[in-house]
Design a protein around this ligand. Structure first.
Ligand SMILES: NC(=O)c1ccc[n+]([C@@H]2O[C@H](COP(=O)([O-])OP(=O)(O)OC[C@H]3O[C@@H](n4cnc5c(N)ncnc54)[C@H](OP(=O)(O)O)[C@@H]3O)[C@@H](O)[C@H]2O)c1
Length: 257
């Protein structure tokens, strides 16, 4: 199937490593152009080398209010247009409700929640007013299965992701009449540095992984490529009637359809 992504342009926040990077790679494989954002200059440089000339990797922080317009204007300047965004960000630190302070919540809210909402709002505003207008513009959010079911010791994620899943649905209503789509992706355990560090935080990463895999119907962690391929499909015009919904990419881990 041709995903019709050729020459379409996407901004990917959290795009220098992990799930965002896997999405950028899948889009580039399909002929799209990407602007990949991350904070570490070293990872930005490496992402640029790995993604090649169809990509522009930029230093930026999702918590920075100026970042979205800077990314949009660079995309227009270099690639001539924007067709959508995939919003990912580093996961909040682990800890239970009783272990996390007000400062932890404020910090997680500003990057994970407010940063994502701001990026989505400004991307949609651009897509609604772009000239020529974007056909099938789309904004995707990388969330977590915690949007549906709490994960032990990830209280910040458990608290913030369900609200973002509602933003996905709410925004679909608002931008659908303009031909724009929204969606959320709910990764379960995809083998990235984030999951490695969560397993390591238990003190015995091998046991943690074995225990996690034992309750996944497919009995394994997903690969970043499996995630990136699904994301590329949902960002593509071939998913043109899918909006306002969240899809779990979790090997069946979430037992709530
Ligand atoms: N992997 C999974 O199975 C899984 C499961 C559930 C939920 N998730 C969620 O999915 C998201 C992505 O996970 P991942 O596994 O891809 O994590 P990752 O491997 O740690 O990659 C995170 C990426 O986001 C960038 N980033 C972090 N904070 C940022 C910020 N404030 N502004 C811009 N970029 C930022 C990182 O680069 P810099 O650090 O250089 O900025 C990196 O490129 C996280 O929110 C995580 O909680 C992942």
């Amino acid at each position: 199937m041709d995903l019709e992504l050729h020459d379409r342009v996407f901004i990917i926040t959290g795009g220098t490593r992990g799930l965002g990077f896997a999405t950028a790679e899948a889009l580039v494989r399909e002929g799209a152009r990407v602007v990949a954002i991350g904070r570490s200059a070293e990872d930005v440089k490496q992402a640029q080398e790995l993604l090649g000339g169809s990509a522009m990797a930029l230093c930026g922080d999702l918590a920075d209010p100026d970042m979205p317009l800077r990314a949009i204007s660079r995309a227009v300047e270099v690639f001539g247009r924007v067709d959508g965004a995939m919003i990912s960000v580093g996961g909040p630190p682990p800890g239970t409700v009783l272990q996390r302070s007000d400062a932890d919540w404020v910090q997680a809210f500003e990057s994970v929640f407010l940063g994502a909402v701001r990026m989505a709002r400004l991307t949609c505003a651009h897509l609604m007013t772009a000239n020529p207008p974007s056909r099938n513009g789309v904004v995707g959010f990388v969330l977590s299965v915690s949007a549906r079911q709490s994960i032990p010791s990830l209280s910040l994620s458990n608290g913030l992701r369900p609200g973002l899943a509602m933003v996905v649905s709410d925004l679909a209503d608002e931008v659908g009449p303009y031909g724009l789509r929204t969606f959320g992706l709910l990764p379960g355990r995809i083998a990235t540095a984030r999951i490695e560090s969560l397993d390591a935080a238990t003190g015995d990463p091998e046991v943690a992984r074995a225990q996690a895999e034992a309750i996944i119907p497919l009995r394994r962690y997903g690969t970043p490529r499996e995630f990136g391929d699904c994301a590329a499909f949902l960002l593509s015009p071939r998913a043109s009637y899918i909006t306002g919904t969240c899809l779990a990419i979790d090997g069946g881990m979430l037992r709530m359809p």
